[in-house]
Design a protein around this ligand. Structure first.
Ligand SMILES: [Zn+2]
Length: 91
């Protein structure tokens, strides 16, 4: 699982939505696309990320992604607590 900061959201490439994980990265054509799950934001992959060039792609529209990320902002000040929750989860 990868956790990105809400501020990283601005570095997402474009506003094109990839409903399913692309087999190849549209930027560098690497086949190492991986799921990005954000604990507390959405139960499942919220973004796709290229393992090679680290570009992140939208799975949902920006509006929907923002809405899910908005839930994270509430948790923003409880990061230490969140860490201890993470440790308790099965990997
Ligand atoms: Zn790439």
């Amino acid at each position: 699982m990868i956790v990105i900061k809400v501020s990283d959201f601005e570095h997402l490439i474009g506003s094109k939505v990839f409903k399913n994980k692309p087999e190849t990265c549209p930027h560098c054509y690497s086949k190492s696309m991986k799921d990005v799950e954000l604990l507390g934001a959405y139960n499942g992959p919220l973004l796709w990320e290229c393992d090679h060039c680290s570009i992140q792609l939208l799975r949902f529209s920006k509006e929907t992604t923002n809405k899910h990320l908005g839930k994270l902002k509430d948790l923003h000040f409880d990061l230490e607590e969140l860490d201890s929750i993470c440790e308790g989860l099965p990997n």
